[in-house]
Design a protein around this ligand. Structure first.
Ligand code: CO
Length: 138
């Protein structure tokens, strides 16, 4: 299995609006979506269009948020994950397992903030970087 394009770079932050504004002020990245809440995913999300990919800003929503542990280690926020597109999420998951990588959670794909199925692969398998694989948007 080979991955497709880099869909986005995930960035965790304790203050999503301030982070969005910093990218606009410093780098002219002003094409940002509205901040949306995804209670089931435990995050507030805002996407910034950079021209060739997106930044996915993630602020925790609720005590069970998967981003909380990251912010405990990195209180000011930071790069959280990379997301690559794949043509078939189930085939991608099976390929990752076949190569000995650790798919997080149950390994069952779930619908992410882009509305398509995603899985996450443990950062230990890429020397410290959490990888999200996303079914190519139709
Ligand atoms: Co993501």
């Amino acid at each position: 299995m080979n991955v497709g394009r880099l869909n986005h770079i995930g960035i965790a932050t304790p203050d999503i609006a301030a982070t969005r504004d910093a990218y606009a002020a410093l780098y002219g990245l002003e094409k940002a979506t509205e901040i949306k809440e995804f209670p089931k995913l435990g995050v507030k999300v805002c996407f910034i269009d950079t021209g060739n990919t997106e930044l996915e800003l993630l602020e925790p929503l609720g005590a069970e948020s998967p981003v909380n542990r990251f912010l405990e280690k990195n209180p000011k926020g930071g790069q959280h994950h990379l997301c690559f597109e794949v043509p078939d999420i189930i085939a991608a998951r099976d390929a990752m397992r076949g190569k000995g990588a650790t798919v997080l959670g149950t390994g069952e794909p779930y619908i992410g903030a882009h509305g398509v199925p995603v899985i996450f692969v443990h950062p230990k398998d890429t020397h410290g970087v959490l990888i999200e694989l996303m079914q190519e948007p139709a």
